[in-house]
Design a protein around this ligand. Structure first.
Ligand code: PEP
Length: 246
């Protein structure tokens, strides 16, 4: 279960969240719990993360260093001690010009620096309504995972996030979300093999919350969630994490 705080929480708020959840989180043997926070608080969170919590960033540049004002490199993240990095979130694709080409470079670079990419893919409402959801998912997976080896796939998490469901309160129907995640898995199988497809964690993201998490994570092809809004409150986030233990 992965929290995506987006551009939310001051340092004090971030620390209060960690203090509130650390002791209450279930064992990481039962569920992998990750908080992806703004870069400025990552080091603070890593220092205070309990045994059952992992920390992730929300984006990175693919270069190790250079004239890229305002950007953060994989080496910087690595030395901060984070384990995960969200790549290709639809908000980055929409507002910050992330393309499949740059996302692919980021995925490759993250893996090279021992960071686990949480690769986000998903269709727009227009694409869903015109019946091209599968084409969009396939094209994104092929482009974003180009050059990623089967061995490296062990460290890649895929988040299926229909854009129309992110931050809108509109959740995909559990059966539709499951169908899309199963399709994602079938594309991974074609790109790699059945074992890789079986082992790859495919998450659903898009207005997941305590009231719908049980039905979503009970689906055969949904391995967990990437959650924005409902991950900001410690109590709500703990409910989401605990739903994965059941
Ligand atoms: C997200 O940011 O990845 C997300 C799914 O947001 P929300 O849960 O708020 O829809």
């Amino acid at each position: 279960m992965i929290a995506n705080w987006k551009m939310n929480k001051t340092r004090d708020e971030a620390l209060n969240f960690i203090y509130a959840v650390n002791e209450a989180l279930p064992s990481c043997e039962k569920v992998d719990t990750v908080v992806c926070a703004p870069a400025i608080v990552l080091r603070d969170l890593v220092k205070r993360q309990g045994d059952n919590l992992r920390v992730g960033a929300q984006n990175m540049h693919y270069e190790e260093s250079g004239a890229f004002t305002g950007e953060i490199s994989p080496i910087m993240l690595q030395t901060t001690g984070v384990e995960y990095v969200i790549l290709g979130h639809s908000e980055r694709r929409q507002y910050f010009n992330d393309t499949d080409e740059t996302i692919n470079k980021k995925v490759i670079s993250a893996l090279k620096h021992n960071l686990k990419p949480i690769l986000c893919i998903g269709e727009s409402l227009e694409q869903r309504e015109s019946g091209v959801t599968h084409d969009v998912l396939k094209q994104q997976l092929e482009a974003d995972l180009a050059g990623v080896s089967p061995e490296d796939m062990e460290n890649v998490v895929i988040a299926y996030e229909p854009i129309w469901a992110i931050g809108t309160g509109k959740t995909a129907k559990a059966c539709d979300a499951n169908e899309a995640c199963a399709y994602v898995r079938s594309v991974v199988k074609n790109l790699y093999n059945a074992a890789v497809a079986e082992e790859t964690r495919v998450l659903y993201g898009g207005s997941m919350k305590p009231s719908n998490v049980d039905e979503l994570v009970a689906q055969s092809d949904i391995d967990g969630g990437l959650v924005g809004g409902a991950s900001l409150d410690p109590e709500s986030f703990l409910k989401l994490v605990n739903a994965c233990v059941k």
